[in-house]
Design a protein around this ligand. Structure first.
Ligand code: HEM
Length: 105
């Protein structure tokens, strides 16, 4: 019975929208999105083997394609897990924008 209640609980992982992520694009706060997960890589900037600059350039963005195209190792994927802070909200910013516009009409 207790197991059933647990299954029905809402996810505890915070949800962010791309517009939230876009606000974090500097060396004191750098967030990125990879495969719908949100990462705060601020503390990792100086440690990134590919360089701080290249990671900072991607801050505030969904960099799934570029991350995958570089062919990061399994180790890199494991390291990334340490910096997950949440997930991208399943309802996109574009959908919300469209709804807001429709409400205004
Ligand atoms: C949480 C995010 C990231 C983590 C944990 C991470 C980690 C790593 C690690 C461990 C390496 C060493 C090579 C390997 O093991 O694959 C690496 C290399 C590299 N990374 Fe990342 N990375 C991240 C995001 C990115 C992003 C967004 C870019 C793209 C702009 C990028 C570009 C590179 C490049 C160019 C290299 C050098 C590849 C080479 O020398 O062959 N990384 N990264």
């Amino acid at each position: 019975m207790a197991e059933k209640v647990e299954q029905n609980e809402l996810p505890t992982c915070p949800w962010y929208r791309l517009c939230d992520v876009e606000k974090h694009r500097c060396c004191t706060s750098a967030w990125i999105v990879i495969n719908n997960k949100v990462y705060d890589v601020t503390a990792f900037l100086a440690e990134h083997p590919g360089g701080e600059e290249i990671l900072l350039e991607q801050a505030g963005c969904d960099c799934t394609k570029i991350f995958d195209s570089i062919g990061h190792s399994l180790d890199a994927h494991l390291v990334a897990e340490k910096y997950v802070i949440g997930e991208l909200h399943p309802v996109s910013d574009l959908f919300i924008l469209t709804c807001n516009r429709m409400e205004q009409q």
